[in-house]
Structure formats: structure tokens, C-alpha cells
Unconditional design. Structure first.
Length: 121
């Protein structure tokens, strides 16, 4: 039982790395394009620079939680993999899969609500 849980944790960690890397890549690209916009604004319209810098200082929260998305995908994939198991579905494995999926879904929903509330005036 403990060996199975360690394997599940290892698979989850390996699957989380691409999700977290994609989130960081998105952050780098957003910062790059915003900094490029500031440089162009300095050349053409210096009066807009303050609003761009304010946006850079306090970016709005993302509507998607990378951790929640990763947990939802991993939990769903684990639940689907249980369908292909040769042995019967163990209730502990089913509970772990449902728990991880619900945890990820809760993170996604709370981040979406926070981003939506932040966008309102």
C-alpha cells in the first residue's frame, strides 16, 4: 500500500513539472511583451508610461491556477487509468483519485472567482 502511494506521488510530481514550466513560460512572455510596450511608449507616447508601469507593478491575478489545472488533470488521468487496471478498482485508489481531482477543481474555481472579482470595478 505504501509503495503504491509513493509511486502515485512520484507520477504526480513528474506530471506537475510541465504544467509549472508552462505557467512560468507564460509569465516570462507576458513580462517581455509588457516591457517591450513600455519601451515603445517611452519613444512615442511618454504620457502612457505611468499606467503601463502600474500594470507591471501589480498584475491582475491569472484566471487559471496552474496547480489546480495540474491536479485536475492528474486526478482525472488517475481515475481513467483505474478503468484499465487488471485487478478490481480499490476503494482507496478511487478515493485518492477523486480527492486529487476535487482539490484541483476547487483551486481552479477559487482562482477563477478571484480573478473575476478583481476585474470588476
Amino acid at each position: 500500500m505504501m509503495h503504491e502511494l509513493l509511486m502515485i506521488a512520484l507520477v504526480m510530481a513528474v506530471m506537475a513539472v510541465p504544467v509549472l514550466l508552462a505557467a512560468e513560460l507564460r509569465h516570462v512572455l507576458v513580462s517581455y511583451f509588457l516591457n517591450r510596450s513600455i519601451q515603445k511608449a517611452l519613444e512615442t507616447a511618454p504620457e502612457h508610461v505611468e499606467s503601463l508601469i502600474a500594470r507591471l507593478a501589480s498584475p491582475p491575478p491569472s484566471a487559471v491556477s496552474p496547480t489546480g489545472l495540474g491536479a485536475s488533470i492528474m486526478g482525472g488521468a488517475f481515475l481513467i487509468s483505474l478503468l484499465f487496471a487488471d485487478a478490481g478498482i480499490d476503494s482507496t485508489d478511487l478515493a485518492i483519485g477523486i480527492g486529487v481531482t476535487l482539490f484541483g477543481s476547487a483551486l481552479l474555481v477559487t482562482r477563477w472567482i478571484a480573478a473575476r472579482n478583481a476585474a470588476r470595478p
